[in-house]
Write a protein that binds this ligand. Structure first.
Ligand code: ZN
Ligand code: MN
Length: 482
């Protein structure tokens, strides 16, 4: 039997997180606004209005182009893409067609090991990257169609990959890494649920190892990474069944029905000619100076995968730790600042980050950038535990108190009397009280049930609010029980 491989290309639409829309001053983010309250004559396409390009859109497009290693074009143009749809009031979308702002580039995507084989890196080539405006939103409500124009004119970057992906899992990894990168460089919130990152997948199949490109189908409207994986897998299997049955694959557009988890045929695909593209006469070409291109390159931070590799190298972190700590830029900045402040044993800082700090972020629904706890505070707390000034349990509680109050760890320790008690007489008094109140346990211990020592230590610790030096408490207990 022939073995088939999938040939997958992804077209993503990325909503930029600018304050205003691409060609007017309406707010770009309408997520919390009632329908049709965030519109103006420009974005609803009334006669006689003129679009004005938002400079922030160009800056963010440039930064993304740099992040993707794309070739920035010193001169690019806007075009009109004509089609009729109720949520497109102008009857055309302003986009970039044959002269986009950037061409080429790539994203390296680590693909984890699976039952099918070991881990590897898939380099996904980018064909082009361009700026465009979003259309409105159509909602079917019974027999009514309701149209919300708030989203008209929201700035998008459309980015098209080469057909370089070979499995649904690779496609899912590509989106995961793209989302990480978009947030990392701060061009998009990349929240798929809110439509900030939308994905269409082009899928065809061929005998494994062959170089031909067969007719492809396009899967539309998938807005979760798991759904992309699911839809591509289903479409791959369908095409294999069709080809095995001697049928031809036709260039359909398929709509992913999330509820039913099935693909439905929407229409035979339009060709480019159907859109009757022509230059947008109301906008000038986008001409970039070398200074603007250089500024974008300057602004580009270390990429997440580069930072992950550096954390493994410089701090000798296991890949697992480095992956988690670089999932988000502010988190990785936090770790690096704390590790620097602490000085040695970065793995210890990593453990505190992964166990205590991440738990706190999850519980409180915060990001690392929103913490009141500062990296220097974390380093100080670990140092206090190292020095025996507080015990480990108190150290963990300190994190929460610093976060809650914004005071420094030393201040909290002083204010709340959290310093570990290693004063022999203070502990001795508590031990004596515990022993005199537990005659039965004392008797069992003396009769040979020495494992009770743990219970006694627990009693002493509890009474002293966890501040006693447990080793000292234990030795005083053993002494008095003898
Ligand atoms: Zn507007
Ligand atoms: Mn588009």
């Amino acid at each position: 039997m022939t073995k088939y491989e999938a040939v997958i290309g992804l077209e993503t639409h990325i909503q930029l997180n600018t304050t205003s829309k691409i060609f007017c001053v309406c707010k770009a983010d309408s997520w919390n606004d009632p329908p049709n309250t965030n519109i103006c004559p420009v974005c609803t396409g009334l006669p006689g209005v003129l679009p004005v390009l938002n400079q922030r859109v160009v800056e963010k497009a440039l930064l993304l182009a740099v992040a993707m290693h794309a070739e920035i074009q010193p001169e690019s143009y806007f075009d009109r893409k004509n089609y009729f749809y109720p949520d497109l009031p102008k009857g055309y979308q302003i986009t970039q067609y044959d002269r986009p702002i950037a061409l080429g580039g790539w994203l390296d995507v680590p693909v984890p090991a699976s039952p099918a084989g070991g881990a590897y890196i898939r380099r996904v080539g980018i064909a082009k990257l361009h700026m465009e405006e979003d259309a409105g939103k159509t909602r079917n409500a019974g027999h009514l169609r309701q149209i919300d124009f708030n989203r008209c004119g929201v700035p998008l970057i459309e980015m098209v990959t080469n057909p370089d992906l070979r499995t649904a899992a690779e496609a899912a990894q590509y989106l995961t890494r793209l989302r990480q990168l978009l947030r990392w460089i701060g061009v998009s919130e990349a929240d798929m649920e809110k439509g900030h990152l939308r994905c269409d997948a082009n899928v065809s199949i061929r005998p494994a190892g062959s170089q031909v490109l067969n007719p492809k189908t396009e899967i539309k409207n998938v807005n979760a990474i798991d759904a992309v994986r699911e839809a591509i897998e289903k479409e791959f299997e369908r095409q294999v069944r069709e080809v095995e049955a001697g049928h031809r694959i036709e260039a359909w557009t398929l709509d992913w029905d999330e509820e039913a988890q099935v693909l439905r045929k929407m229409r035979s695909k339009e060709t480019e000619a159907d859109y009757r593209y022509f230059r947008e006469p109301d906008l000038l070409p986008v001409c970039l100076t070398q200074a603007q291109i250089d500024a974008a390159a300057q602004e580009m931070p270390e990429r997440p995968l580069d930072r992950r590799a550096r954390f493994m190298e410089t701090y000798q972190l296991p890949e697992y730790d480095a992956e988690i700590l670089t999932a988000e830029r502010q988190l990785s900045d936090f770790f690096e600042a704390a590790a620097t402040a602490y000085g040695d044993e970065p793995k210890k800082v990593s453990n505190w980050m992964m166990n205590e700090v991440l738990r706190m972020l999850n519980e409180q629904g915060l990001t690392a950038g929103e913490l009141r706890l500062q990296p220097a505070h974390l380093a100080e707390i670990i140092q206090l535990v190292d020095d025996g000034a507080v015990n480990a349990a108190t150290g963990k509680a300190l994190l929460a108190k610093v976060q809650q109050s914004g005071r420094s760890p030393a201040q909290v320790v002083a204010d709340e009397g959290l310093a570990r008690v290693s004063d022999d007489s203070a502990i001795r008094a508590v031990v004596e009280a515990v022993l005199s109140e537990s005659p039965k346990e004392v008797e069992s211990y003396r009769a040979g049930k020495v494992t009770l020592i743990g219970w006694f230590v627990g009693q002493v610790m509890r009474r002293m609010g966890g501040k006693a030096d447990p080793a000292l408490a234990r030795s005083i207990l053993e002494e008095l029980l003898r």
